[in-house]
Write a protein that binds this ligand. Structure first.
Ligand code: FMN
Length: 170
């Protein structure tokens, strides 16, 4: 699939079927995250893969947005790594993780899988459920699985370029 079609086709899936991802599919998705760009090439991300019934039940205890996904990846970043280079004054961990999660979502789409980035969760509950150490900041979940629902209205609702592109400054 050409990149533009891939990006157009990806949508936030909010209903997943029962089937689990094949190990190879999961490997491809994680690889897409691994090779993402990051500020100073810090690669501060950690991808916590949650697939067991016990772990998925814990996800449900922290978020209402699993949508039946059989795989959830909790994307975190290590604050000791994301801000380790003094040249980079702001902490780019959030941005680095945003790029990695998007690459993973697009990889899922390329495999015919569905994905949903989920920020609606209780951070303290997540920290305690998965014993997240203090040096890790939790970013977002990426819910993954076999799609059983198509795009919501929001998928088609984008502002026109005329609203968001400014040529030559204000
Ligand atoms: C940072 C971020 C957080 C999001 N959190 C949630 C969420 O908690 N629950 C949810 O159902 N969708 C969530 N979404 C999906 C957005 O609602 C969705 O991307 C947007 O409405 C556009 O729709 P589309 O992804 O289908 O094109 C999130 C997306 C992003 C980028």
């Amino acid at each position: 699939m050409d990149p533009m079609t891939l990006m157009q086709n990806r949508y936030s899936c909010r209903k997943f079927g029962d089937g689990q991802l094949a190990d190879e599919e999961l490997g491809t998705i994680l690889e897409a995250g691994r090779i993402a760009p990051s500020a100073c090439n810090n690669q501060p991300w950690r991808f916590i893969v949650l697939q067991s019934d016990e772990d998925l039940a814990k996800v449900d205890g922290c978020s209402r947005c699993r949508y039946g996904a059989k795989t959830a990846i909790l994307v975190c970043f290590d604050i000791d790594e994301s801000a380790k280079n003094p040249v980079v004054t702001p902490d780019y961990g959030w941005i680095d993780c945003g790029l990695a999660i998007m690459q993973m979502a697009l990889a899922a789409e390329s495999l015919g899988l569905g994905s949903c980035i989920v920020g609606a969760y209780d951070p303290e509950a997540v920290r305690s459920a998965f014993n997240i150490p203090d040096n890790l900041v939790t970013y977002q979940f990426l819910m993954l699985g076999h799609p059983e629902a198509g795009p919501s209205k929001m998928h088609g609702d984008r502002r026109p370029l005329g609203d968001i592109v400014i040529r030559g400054g204000f």
